[in-house]
Design a protein around this ligand. Sequence first.
Ligand code: CMC
Length: 386
Amino acid sequence: MPEPADVQRGLEDVVALESRICYIDGKGGRLIYDGYDIRDLAAQSTFEEVAYLLWYGRLPTASQLAELTTRLAGLRVLPDTVLQILREMPKDALPMDVLRTAVSALAVFEPEETKPGAASIGGAQRLTAVLPTILGTFHSLRNGKEPPAPRPELSHASWLLRAIRGTDPDPLEARALDVALILHADHELNASTFAARVTASTLSDLYSAVTSAIGTLKGPLHGGANERVMELLDEIGSPDRAEEVVRAKLARHERIMGFGHRVYKVEDPRATILRDWSKKVGEAKGSLRYFDLLRAVEGVVHREKGLYPNVDLYSGSVYALLGIPRDLFTPVFAVSRVAGWTAHVLEEYEDLRLIRPTARYVGPVDLAYVPIADRGVAIDGPKPPA
Ligand code: CMC
C-alpha cells in the first residue's frame, strides 16, 4: 500500500485553506479580524460593526452600520412554528441542543436559504439576528414565563441580555457583553468554524453549516470551558485554597479549563481584555470575588505548568456578573460566533473545494471473506462496542 504523508493528529499546524477573515499570531499574541487588531475593535467598535466587517471585509460607514443595525433588529422575530417547537422542548433540555434544534428547524421554514449551495448575506444576518431570541425564548419558557417581547430599539448585546434576564442592561453591562461578543465573533479555523466550512464545502446550505457548527461548539474543549471554570471557582471557594485545589488536579493529570491553546503560545489577547472587564464589572457590582479567585488560579497554573489563560478563563465571570445563567454561557458564545461561521461559509462558497482529508489506514488488508454460516468461532479483530 502507498504510504500517505505523516499523520498530523488533530490537523495541528495543517494549513487547510486561504482566508481573508481572521489572522491569529500565536507567538505574538495578536488576533486580527480583516486587518483590524482585536484590541482596537474591542475598545472602539460594536458587535454589529464587527459582524459587518466579517461579512463584507471592510468597516461600514455610519449609514451602512445604521442600516445593518436596523436590519438585524427587524430579523429577530421567530416564526410561530419554531416558537411552537421551543414550547415543546423539555424544560431541562441542554440549551445548546435547543439552539441546534431551533436553527435546524428554522431551515425547514425558511427554505430559500436551504437550497443546496445556498448562502447569502441575508441568511447570515437572519441567523445572527435570531439566535438571541431563541435563547431568550427557551430560557423564559423553561422558567414558566412567556417569550420576551421584541425590543427593536436595543442593540444586539442589549437585546441578548434583555431577552435572557427580562430586564434592560445599564450602559456598563451592555458594553461588557458587547465587548465579549466582539471578542468571540471569529477565530480562524477553530473546530466549529472548520465544521461549518466542511459542511458548506459539500455544497450544503448555510443553515446546515451553522447547525454543524453549533454541535461542534458544544464540546468542553471548545465552547464549554468557561462553565467548567466557574465550577472550579465554586470548588476552590477562596483564593487561599487555589494552590491546593489546582495542584491536586494537576497531580491527577486533570486539565484546568480556561488555560492552554492550540494556537496561542502566549496569553490569548481576548483573555487580557476580558480580565480587565471582569474587574470592571466586578467593581461596578461590588464584588471582586471571581476576579480574585481567577487571579489566584492563574498564578498557580502558570507557575506549575507554564500555561497561559485563554478566552474562557475570564468570560464566565463576566457573564455570571451580568446575570447570565451558566448553562447559557456556551450558547452566548454561539450568538457571537455565528457572525464568523456565516462569514466563513460565504467565503467557502466563493472558492469552493470539497474538504476531504485522508487517513493513514492501520487495519488489515487481504483478509479472506468467510460466509456467515461458516463463522462458527469469532474471528480475531476489533471488538464491537459494549
Ligand atoms: N490544563 C492542564 N494541562 C494542559 C492544559 C490545561 N488546560 N492544556 C494543555 N495542557 C498540557 C497537556 O496535558 C499536555 O501536557 P503533556 O505534554 O505533559 O501531556 C500539553 O499541555 C499539551 O497539550 P495538548 O492537549 O497537546 O495541547 P492542545 O493544543 O491539543 O490543547 C486545548 C489545546 C485548548 C484543547 C487544551 O489546552 C485544553 O484542553 N485546555 C482546556 C480547555 C479549554 O480551556 N478550552 C478552551 C479553548 S479556548 C476557546 C477556543 O478558542 O475554542
